[in-house]
Design a protein around this ligand. Structure first.
Ligand code: PLP
Length: 394
């Protein structure tokens, strides 16, 4: 244990903020207070209903402000998956056309698009560079005049690559003028500065739990009239049925406010991430960083490493046992080592070694990082002998 640190070998270390984030204490306090308020159904005419409606509409106004759009363009959903599915399915036209999809899109987008393929839509995959970028040329080659939906992500969840949506949107408008541009900003919101009004997108999906807000609430910003996935009682201007969770919506908007007020959070996270990578490369010199170099084209909180000589899954399991929360970009199924669709799109192979994602958050402490690197190196060294000769380097 470092003499100035309260982190010892038994302390849990959470470096999976790309998976989900702990609630911000300020958001938690406000949420707990409001859960105790006598609120009615926000669609009811009586006093408690009106109070819930005010909370909901305040949240919509606040969130719209942080997104750079108008309140009436915000549709609350249960999270990012629902927001993306609403955008993809809600933008489809009666007669099937083509959907263009970035090769490293999140499974929520991929599966929404696959469900449209089952209904006769043709799907075109937009290839990425070895660091996960979509170039204007690759996009232009993929688009067709009958492309109706284009799905791109602002920040990639595994490797953290940031896509220049504002730069690609004109290509979409020029080559597929009748298409809707659907953007997944789930990982980007509060970590990549953007305003929906200047992205050039039609729909932008966000979620609270990736930014120290609560699970169970997300939103779709949309300037397109999207068809609802379920009509229910016609809530959210007919775009998403179901009684709105006004308190969760408020907590989402509050999380956005609190994150925006923490003006040096991204700089802090980038410094922590850089320190973590330096610690890791010092103890595992043959490891390499996947994706874009740290800087404006990579999420400030994301480190994603390839560590030769062992597969991902046993490493992630061993890390869980020693209290280091990380995630893998690869899965082992039916005894065969496979990389995730994202890593496949980058041309990476399971034989290269373990792929590990470590993501810091606003509350990560510098003192946790040397101990995280020590645990990771210890697990790697303990596992490698069992895989000697079974994985070929790149
Ligand atoms: N898109 C990206 C890039 C994500 O990382 C995630 C969650 O991991 C989602 C969409 C889905 O969001 P949610 O977990 O809120 O459904």
């Amino acid at each position: 244990m470092h003499p100035d640190s309260d982190i010892d070998a038994a302390s849990p270390i959470y470096l999976d903020h790309g998976g989900t984030t702990p609630l911000d204490p300020v958001v938690l306090a406000g949420l707990a207070e409001r859960l105790g308020w006598p609120l009615g159904n926000p669609n009811a005419a009586h006093g408690p209903g009106a109070r819930a409606r005010r909370l909901l509409e305040d949240a919509r106004r606040m969130l719209a402000e942080h997104l750079g759009g108008r309140p009436e363009e915000v549709v609350f959903t249960s999270g990012g998956t629902e927001a993306i599915t609403l955008a993809v399915r809600g933008c489809t036209t009666a007669s099937p056309g083509r959907i263009a999809l970035g090769a490293t899109e999140h499974s929520s987008t991929r599966t929404a698009v696959e469900s449209m393929a089952e209904q006769g839509w043709a799907v075109d995959t937009i290839p990425v560079t070895p660091t996960g970028r979509i170039t204007p040329e690759a996009l232009a080659e993929t688009l067709r005049p009958d492309t109706r939906i284009v799905c791109l992500m602002l920040a990639q969840n595994e490797i953290g690559t940031i896509t220049d949506i504002a730069g690609l949107a004109p290509v979409v408008r020029r080559l597929a003028p009748r298409s809707k541009l659907v953007v997944d900003a789930v990982q980007a919101f509060t970590k990549v500065p953007f305003r929906v009004s200047s992205l050039g997108a039609d729909c932008v999906a966000v979620t609270a739990h990736k930014m120290h807000g609560p699970l169970g609430i997300g939103a779709l910003w949309t300037r397109a009239a999207v068809k609802p996935l379920f009509k229910g009682g016609g809530q959210e201007r007919g775009q998403r049925g179901g009684t709105q969770p006004a308190v969760l919506a408020w907590a989402f908007a509050e999380a956005a406010r609190v994150a925006a007020a923490d003006t040096d959070a991204c700089t802090r996270m980038a410094a922590l991430r850089d320190a973590l990578v330096a610690e890791l490369l010092a103890v595992l010199p043959d490891a390499t960083l996947t994706g874009e170099p740290p800087g404006p084209t990579r999420l400030p909180n994301n480190a994603h490493l390839c560590i030769p000589g062992l597969p991902s899954e046993p490493l992630i399991n061993a890390l869980a046992e020693v209290g280091l929360c990380a995630s893998a970009g690869a899965a082992c199924s039916t005894g065969k080592f496979r990389v995730s669709p994202t890593l496949q799109a980058l041309g990476r192979r399971a034989e290269e070694g373990a792929f590990v994602r470590l993501t810091v958050g606003r509350f990560t402490r510098a003192a946790e990082l040397p101990e995280a690197a020590r645990r990771l190196a210890a697990c790697v060294h303990a596992l490698r002998p069992a895989y000697a000769g079974r994985l070929a380097p790149r």
